[in-house]
Design a protein around this ligand. Structure first.
Ligand code: ATP
Ligand code: MG
Length: 570
């Protein structure tokens, strides 16, 4: 491709909402054009990278035995009503009506549609198992679209769905897909890890996420350097936390005037926050108010809480609700003497032999409170947000916390959708059984963005070879100046040789000065670069370098094509 004839216009202008480097670089290289919040056009240079990833994904899924199809992006409401997700998916589901007033949604995922297809086609265990996938646009009306392609509203996802007669068969496909994902992320040259994950809106039992490690990632991962346990903090558990010593004695009310936060009260009473029970009230769409007790120095994991309560969106109760329930303002509430409210106690709080807590009275706390003796024990449920330093649930070693970009997510769905939609098969004994399902997502745009997040420097993108839109950039210098014809002739020849060898080459034949050409070369990040200039040619040489280290190597003109072909193959 000749740059002068290509659609690739770099810019210095970066929108103020471009918070992460991949977003900035995708805008600066003209790959992304925002049409609305989280809705982008992807211009030719960016599309080439996406297509590279899609080809790798197809290749590896084919190896894993998956079969490609395509499903509509507009899906009828009826199917979503059958699965009950028309309601449960909430506001992320974009709903539309056609001219006849019929309801549809723009697909955020496709469990319903694939299950509908299969329930009409497949009757016998002899037709199972199979794994169907598509690479298709999705829409999720994200509350906070940001980071460009990383969290868009419209985005391209590879989604696969497998159907099985038994759990062992699902395990096989799950494992084959896990291995395919590892090969995909390795092939892209990404530093990634697989972690245990929450199943979220999709549902099901087992689930793992693939995380590309990056400080700008929105996901938090806790992991154990000793045994390899790794989980999204949404899901992560811990071994029992080391307990504070605590005190013994009768329940005692102490005055804590104006000491509202646990840190304040702890300092005032000369106690550790870990000796406190933090007491919080939550409501949700069901409007039931529940109380949650957790150790004073720890935070509630909202995903675990939502799962424990089987609700979508738990949120803190209002100050007024708290006052009404306890007779005290927020900051002075606790479990002692509290009745008529469902109480969940996190193990971190349940394990405290004695604790400090609000006395349900303004400016007062209790010390030496004990579960059972002074406060009802409640339901012990893990709602702890795991953190760095916590003991590993498997081996007890101290865990670390890192950040990652969730690029892939695989689930063992079980029979959630097959039961809801009546997707059954006849087993060998002739019994009608719901099919067992798995589903496997991989974000195409998000993975390309993650690759940039991991592969760039101050000057621009450093494409990993397998994802690079072009593998070689030829830069012709001074083409319109005196002596430029010779340079142009040498460059044309090399360009022809590379193309004949099937190398994807971008030839910067633009009538630009060397400075802007080199700046653009760094910015767009083609991995292999050849500079053809008058000076070099006079010495019979062409300058070859890699974007990654920019170390210059001077190669005889006659050897340049062979050398570039070799570098482009990686
Ligand atoms: P997140 O927690 O980041 O919202 P999710 O758990 O909702 O992700 P899945 O439903 O598992 O995501 O979707 C599968 C894959 O699709 C994700 O691993 C990710 O790569 C991609 N994906 C999901 N939401 C978006 C989005 N808003 N923009 C771009 N890619 C996305
Ligand atoms: Mg999501």
């Amino acid at each position: 491709m000749r740059w002068s004839q290509y659609y690739l216009f770099t810019t210095r202008e970066v929108p103020s909402d471009a918070e992460v480097v991949s977003h900035r670089l995708m805008v600066r290289t003209g790959m992304l054009k925002k049409q609305a919040a989280g809705v982008y056009s992807i211009l030719p240079y960016g599309l080439r990278a996406m297509r590279k990833l899609e080809a790798i994904v197809r290749r590896e899924l084919d190896v894993a035995g998956a079969i490609e199809l395509t499903m509509p992006t507009i899906q009828p409401a009826e199917l979503w009503q059958e699965s009950t997700r028309w309601k449960a998916y909430g506001k992320e589901l974009l709903r539309v009506e056609d001219r006849h007033g019929r309801s549809f949604c723009y697909a955020p995922t496709a469990e319903e549609v694939i299950t509908d297809i299969v329930r009409h086609d497949v009757r016998s265990y002899k037709q199972l198992p199979f794994n169907l996938y598509q690479i298709q646009t999705k829409f999720r009306d994200e509350i906070r679209p940001r980071f460009g392609l990383m969290r868009g509203r419209e985005f391209v996802m590879k989604d696969a769905y497998s159907f099985h007669a038994d759990a062992a068969s699902l395990d096989d496909t799950y494992e084959a897909t896990r291995e395919a994902y590892c090969r995909i992320f390795e092939a892209c040259g990404l530093d990634y890890t697989m972690v245990e994950a929450d199943t979220g809106n999709i549902g099901g039992s087992d689930s793992h996420e693939f995380m590309v490690l990056a400080q700008t990632g929105e996901s938090e991962i806790v992991s154990c350097p000793s045994c390899g346990y790794a989980a999204n903090t949404e899901k992560a558990t811990t071994a029992e936390l080391p307990r504070p010593v605590g005190t013994e004695g009768p329940l005692e009310k102490v005055s804590t005037p104006d000491q509202k936060t646990i840190a304040d009260v702890a300092a005032f009473l000369e106690r550790e926050p870990a000796e406190f029970v933090k007491f919080l009230f939550y409501t949700s769409e069901t409007e039931e108010v529940v109380a949650v007790a957790i150790r004073g120095d720890r935070e509630v994991n909202m995903i675990k809480l939502a799962n424990a309560l089987d609700v979508q969106h738990p949120q803190l109760a209002s100050d007024e609700q708290v006052q009404e329930l306890t007779g005290a303002p927020v900051g002075f509430v606790g479990p002692v003497g509290l009745e008529g409210v469902r109480l969940l106690v996190d193990p971190s709080a349940a394990a405290l032999g004695s604790f400090v807590c609000g006395a349900n009275e303004v400016d007062a706390h209790y010390v030496n409170a004990q579960w059972g003796r002074d406060a009802t024990e409640g339901e012990v449920v893990d709602v702890l947000l795991a953190d760095a330093g916590d003991p590993c649930p498997i081996c007890g070693e101290t865990m670390q916390k890192t950040r990652g970009i969730e690029t892939g997510h695989i689930f063992k769905l079980g029979t959630k959708y097959s039961e809801a939609l009546g997707c059954n098969f006849l087993d060998a004994e002739g019994n009608d059984e719901p099919m067992i399902m798995g589903c496997y997502g991989l974000g195409i745009g998000r993975t390309v963005a993650a690759a940039i997040e991991q592969n760039h420097d101050d000057d621009g993108i450093i494409w990993p070879l397998p994802l690079a839109p072009f593998r070689v950039l030829l830069i012709g210098l001074g083409l319109s100046q005196k002596g430029g014809e010779e340079v142009a002739a040498a460059a044309e020849e090399l360009y022809g040789q590379l193309r004949a060898a099937g190398v994807e080459v971008l030839y910067d034949d633009r009538d630009e000065r060397p400075g802007p050409k080199f700046k653009d070369a760094d910015l767009v990040g083609v991995p292999v670069r050849a500079v053809i200039g008058k000076k070099g040619l006079a010495n019979g040489e062409i300058e070859i370098s890699l974007r990654r280290d920019r170390e210059k190597h001077f190669v005889p003109v006659a050897d340049a094509a062979a050398r570039l072909i070799e570098l482009a193959r990686g």
